[in-house]
Design a protein around this ligand. Structure first.
Ligand code: PGA
Length: 232
């Protein structure tokens, strides 16, 4: 086993996967004694109850912003809690883009998740144009404004939009600059990096003492890739 610090590695399957894939991951996890890092599997809602959570935590990719009621197709934080979910990703850039979620909606979701005693993982990040225009930290500060005085446990995931699914990642020093900024602005318990993490670039990311963990999309769908990531 590695003597390096243990990190939080969050798998975000997005709208991918199958019962068969869930089963392959489950048997993979039951065959590793103690994973060096803490792992969270955020799979699509229908698959959550298939997860046994042995050697990993169960996560969700979103939840609705109300406690309950006539909201056809939605899932509440309380329902996720019943399924042993521990972490909930909120404000992912795909939710912001395709479902028009703004900071106000994400804040409502945050309260629902926190009130259930679950841990929100709030995603923030800038576009390429914003970065090139020198607006990166302003945009991130704006996305963080609600969280500045929040004392409940929560995690921030820094995901530059131009890095998600593109194969491009910022330099480690550039990631560290943003992560330090996030730590100065909030009382979050951890700051993760996400965007094109894979088994080739994971080592340098994991070795940075500023990066508390990783949010992994595409590479979390492949047992072999993901097993390399969580074993580093
Ligand atoms: P990616 O996705 O690892 O496929 O870039 C990360 C994410 O969107 O959370």
């Amino acid at each position: 086993m590695s003597n390096k610090a243990s990190k939080l590695i969050v798998a975000n399957w997005k709208m991918n996967g199958s019962v068969e894939l869930i089963n392959s991951f489950d048997s993979f996890f039951s065959n590793i004694a103690f994973p060096h890092h803490e792992v969270v599997m955020c799979v699509p809602y229908p698959y959550i109850s298939f997860l046994k959570g042995k050697n990993y935590f169960i996560g969700a990719q979103d939840c609705y912003e109300e406690k309950n009621g006539a909201y056809t197709g939605c899932v509440s934080a309380a329902m996720l809690k019943e399924l042993n979910v521990r972490y909930v990703i909120l404000g992912h850039s795909e939710r912001r883009k395709y479902f028009s979620e703004d900071d106000a909606v994400i804040e409502k979701k945050f309260k629902c998740v926190s009130n259930e005693g679950l841990i929100p993982i709030v995603c923030v990040g800038e576009t390429k144009t914003e970065r090139d225009g020198g607006l990166m930290l302003d945009i991130i500060e704006q996305q963080l404004s609600f969280y500045k005085n929040v004392a409940d446990e929560f995690i921030i995931a820094y995901e530059p939009l131009w890095s998600i699914g593109s194969g491009k990642i910022p330099k480690i020093s550039e990631i560290e600059e943003v992560l330090e900024f996030i730590k100065q602005k909030t009382y979050c318990s951890k700051v993760l990096y996400g965007g094109s993490v894979n088994s080739n670039n994971v080592e340098s990311l994991i070795n940075s003492c500023h990066i508390d963990g990783l949010l992994v999309g595409g590479a979390s769908l492949l047992v072999e890739q993901f097993s390399k990531i969580i074993k580093i």
